[in-house]
Design a protein around this ligand. Structure first.
Ligand SMILES: C[S@@+](CC[C@H](N)C(=O)[O-])C[C@H]1O[C@@H](n2cnc3c(N)ncnc32)[C@H](O)[C@@H]1O
Length: 233
């Protein structure tokens, strides 16, 4: 089990009924069943071929008889209140938003959504706030040099005052996440390298570009400062 998937599973309540959307390899349903974390798990994938991996794992294995594989698009095969927890992970933030947007009555009827987008997390957080969801907790993890954020979401009204809370995660900033601090510091380092390259290599006037990069750097430094001050409190 990867660190990313372990963190996703940490947000699943014991004895709950779970739907794993875009289950693919089916590692999440298998883990939830094997470790008796969930009562019943519906593994959903839009691709018959992807779902076959889970089907083969559970076939003829009595241990996994509480896993139900279904080919379906997003939440469309579920009924309202059928599951307690919906996991959507390992796909883009925009696709996750689309899946939630297409079946609001299903998404809203679950107690908890566990969402992990591989990109466009800022857009996902904005979508959630604009559609009556609150982000109640977050984890983050580095895996194979990639940085992932995992959101625990419930119905509720919430708005963030600072833009960077949408980009980087208010909860993670408040938790003083060292992973997030490391991720932002890497971004600052990349900007420094770009500025250095421009100054050495460019023959044109790049003042405006350099100013934009410096502005972004100052913005990122504010986030690092807030993370550090939360670690001191
Ligand atoms: C990269 S895999 C992620 C696997 C696993 N959830 C994880 O986090 O490692 C993405 C899976 O989502 C499935 N998928 C994409 N769009 C979907 C949709 N609208 N509904 C259900 N599954 C979808 C794909 O077929 C693919 O198997």
């Amino acid at each position: 089990m990867s660190d990313r998937l372990e963190k996703i599973i940490e947000f699943v309540e014991k004895n709950s009924i779970v739907a794993d959307i875009g289950t693919d390899h089916g590692l999440v349903p298998i883990y939830l069943s094997k470790n008796k974390i969930a009562k019943r798990i519906i593994g959903i994938d839009i691709s018959e071929k992807s779902l076959l991996k889970l089907k083969l794992k559970i076939e003829n294995n009595l241990k996994y008889q509480n896993i139900y594989p279904i080919v379906s698009d997003g939440l469309k095969a579920l009924k309202p209140f059928e599951v307690d927890t919906i996991i959507i992970s390992g796909m883009g933030g925009l696709l996750i938003s689309k899946i939630l947007e297409e079946s609001p009555e299903i998404a809203k009827s679950a107690n908890t959504l566990v969402l992990q987008g591989n990109n466009n997390i800022e857009a996902l957080r904005r979508f959630l706030h604009e559609n009556g969801y609150a982000i109640v907790d977050e984890f983050d993890v580095f895996e194979n040099s990639k940085y992932y954020q995992i959101l625990k979401v419930q119905s509720g009204l919430e708005v963030y005052k600072k833009d960077y809370y949408y980009e980087f995660g208010k909860v993670l900033i408040e938790k003083g996440s060292l992973n997030l601090k490391g991720f932002i510091e890497l971004e600052i380092e990349k900007i420094n390298n770009i500025i250095e390259d421009i100054e050495v290599l460019s023959k044109e006037d790049m003042t405006e570009k350099i100013n934009n990069f410096n502005e972004r750097k100052e913005y990122l430094k504010q986030v690092v400062e807030e993370i550090e001050s939360n670690r001191c409190n």
